[in-house]
Design a protein around this ligand. Structure first.
Ligand SMILES: CC/C=C\C/C=C\C/C=C\C/C=C\C/C=C\C/C=C\CCC(=O)SCCNC(=O)CCNC(=O)[C@H](O)C(C)(C)COP(=O)(O)OP(=O)(O)OC[C@H]1O[C@@H](n2cnc3c(N)ncnc32)[C@H](O)[C@@H]1OP(=O)(O)O
Ligand code: NKO
Length: 376
C-alpha cells in the first residue's frame, strides 16, 4: 500500500469527509428552505434552483466514487442510443444487489447531466435521513411505504406532478423493492412458484405495481425505459465504508433503451412484461458472471471535473470555520478542555455519519420481502 492509499484509509479522513458532507448538506438544506417563497410565485424557477442545490449535495457522492476512490464506471450500450441519454426523460429499472448502487447511479446521472434532477421511488424511511431526506423532499422525489393500499393515491399524485418538470430527469425504480439477500430470494421464489413464474437466479421477483403506476402516469412525458444491470468486477461486494477508505472498484453497467410505446398499457400485461424483462436481466447477470462482460459494446464516458471542484470548494468553506475554532481553542483553553472538546465533537460526528452509512448496509436491510416482518 502506497502512502496516499494509507492516508486515505485513515479514520480521520473518513471523519473529515463526513464532517464536510454534513456541514455542507445542512447549509444546502437551509438554502432549500429559503426557496419556499419562490414556489408561490414561480414554481418552475424554484424547481430549477432546487436541482442546482441538490447537485451540490449528491455530487459529493460522485466525487467520492470517481475521484477519491478512483472507481471506474464502464458503460455497455448501443452507441446509437448514446446521444439520447440525458436528452430525454426516462424510467431506469436497476437491479438492487449492491450497497453503493445508488452512488454509481448518481455517477452515471452526473456524466449525462441529469444528476441534480434525478428521481427515485424511495421507501418513506429515507425521508428522515438528515441532508438526503430534505434534499429529496425539495426535488419532489416519490416516497412510498411499500404498502400499496396506503401508497396508491400519494404515489400517483406525486408522479402526476412530475409531468411538467422543467429539467430532464431519470426516474429510478428498484422493482425488487429491497436489497437481495439469500433469504429474501428464497421467499420471493416461493411467490414465483405460486404465481407460476419461472425462477430467477440473481434477482428477487420484481414488484410490478410501482412500475405499472409509473409508466401509466409518466406516459407522454417520459420517452423510454432504460433497462440497467449493474455488476462489479472480481466478484467485489463494494461498500460506502470502502469508498470512504479510498478503495477502488470497477463497476460495469449494461443499459438497453426500450421505447415507452412498446410497453403494454393494461396492468396485467404491463406486469407480465416486467416479469419477462427480469428474466432477460437474469440472463445478462449470468452471462456477466460466466464471461466477465455483457452482450453490448462498450461506450467510453469519462468522469467530469465538476463534482471534484465543488467538493474542493466545500472542503475550503466548511473546514475553515473548524480551523478557526480549533486555533482559538488552542490559544485560550486548557489542554484538557481542548482534548475533551475535540474528542467529543469527533465522536459525535463519527457516530452520526456512521449511522447514516448504516442506512446503506445490506446487513441492516429491512424485513420487507420476508413473510410476517415489517417494512422498516
Ligand atoms: C445511461 C445510464 C443509465 C442508467 C443509470 C442508472 C441509474 C441512475 C438513475 C437514477 C439515480 C437516481 C437516484 C438514486 C439515489 C438514491 C436511490 C436510493 C435508494 C432508494 C431505493 C428504495 O428505497 S427501494 C424501495 C422502494 N421502492 C420500491 O419498492 C419500488 C418497487 N416496489 C413496488 O413497485 C411496489 O409494488 C410498491 C412499493 C409500489 C407497493 O408495494 P407493496 O408491497 O405494498 O405491494 P405489491 O403489490 O408490490 O406486493 C404485493 C404483491 O407482491 C407479491 N409478493 C408477496 N411477497 C413477495 C415477495 N417476497 N416477492 C415478490 N412478490 C411478493 C404478492 O403476492 C402480491 O402480488 P399480487 O399479484 O397479488 O399483486
Ligand atoms: C461525500 C460523502 C457522500 C456520501 C453520501 C452518502 C450518505 C449516506 C446517506 C444515506 C442515503 C441512503 C440511500 C440508501 C439507498 C438504499 O440502498 O436504500 C435501500 C432501499 O432501496 C431498500 O431498503 P431495504 O429494504 O432495507 O433493503
Amino acid at each position: 500500500m502506497g502512502l496516499v492509499e494509507w492516508l486515505k484509509s485513515q479514520v480521520v479522513c473518513s471523519l473529515l469527509i463526513g464532517y464536510v458532507f454534513l456541514g455542507s448538506g445542512l447549509l444546502v438544506n437551509l438554502l432549500q428552505l429559503c426557496t419556499l417563497p419562490v414556489w408561490w410565485f414561480n414554481k418552475q424557477l424554484a424547481r430549477t434552483i432546487n436541482c442546482r442545490l441538490a447537485y451540490c449535495i449528491s455530487s459529493q457522492g460522485v466525487a467520492l466514487l470517481d475521484w477519491w476512490s478512483g472507481t471506474k464506471c464502464t458503460l455497455y450500450t448501443d452507441p446509437k442510443m448514446f446521444p439520447l441519454y440525458g436528452a430525454e426523460n426516462a424510467i431506469v429499472v436497476l437491479n438492487h444487489n449492491f450497497e453503493i448502487d445508488f452512488v454509481c447511479g448518481w455517477s452515471f446521472c452526473e456524466r449525462f447531466g441529469v444528476l441534480g434532477s434525478s428521481k427515485v421511488l424511495v421507501k418513506k424511511e429515507l425521508a428522515y435521513v438528515p441532508v438526503i431526506g430534505l434534499m429529496w423532499y425539495f426535488l419532489e422525489i416519490v416516497f412510498c411505504k411499500r404498502k400499496w393500499e396506503e401508497d396508491r393515491i400519494k404515489v400517483r399524485q406525486s408522479l402526476q406532478n412530475l409531468r411538467d418538470y422543467p429539467e430532464n430527469f431519470w426516474f429510478l425504480l428498484f422493482c425488487e423493492g429491497t436489497r437481495f439477500t439469500p433469504e429474501k430470494h428464497r421467499i420471493s421464489m416461493e411467490v414465483a412458484d405460486k404465481k407460476g413464474l419461472p425462477h430467477l437466479k440473481h434477482h428477487l421477483l420484481p414488484r410490478t405495481k410501482g412500475f405499472w403506476v409509473t409508466v401509466q402516469n409518466l406516459r407522454g412525458s417520459v420517452a423510454a425505459v432504460y433497462d440497467a444491470t449493474l455488476n462489479f468486477r472480481n466478484n467485489e461486494t463494494p461498500t460506502l465504508l470502502g469508498l470512504l477508505r479510498g478503495k477502488k472498484y470497477h463497476a460495469d453497467l449494461y443499459v438497453r433503451r426500450i421505447p415507452l410505446e412498446s410497453i403494454p398499457e393494461g396492468e396485467a400485461e404491463c406486469a407480465a412484461w416486467l416479469h419477462k424483462l427480469y428474466q432477460e436481466k437474469d440472463g445478462f447477470q449470468e452471462q456477466y458472471i460466466q464471461t466477465g462482460r455483457y452482450p453490448g459494446p462498450i461506450v467510453n464516458i469519462q468522469r467530469r471535473p465538476g463534482p471534484l471542484l465543488i467538493w474542493l470548494c466545500w472542503w475550503a468553506l466548511v473546514l475553515y470555520p473548524l480551523g478557526v475554532v480549533l486555533v482559538s481553542m488552542l490559544n485560550s483553553g486548557s489542554t484538557v478542555t481542548i482534548l475533551a472538546s475535540v474528542a467529543i465533537c469527533s465522536a459525535a460526528s463519527y457516530l452520526f455519519f456512521r449511522w447514516m452509512i448504516g442506512k446503506t448496509e445490506i446487513s441492516k436491510s429491512s424485513g420487507y420481502g420476508i413473510k410476517g416482518e415489517k417494512n422498516s
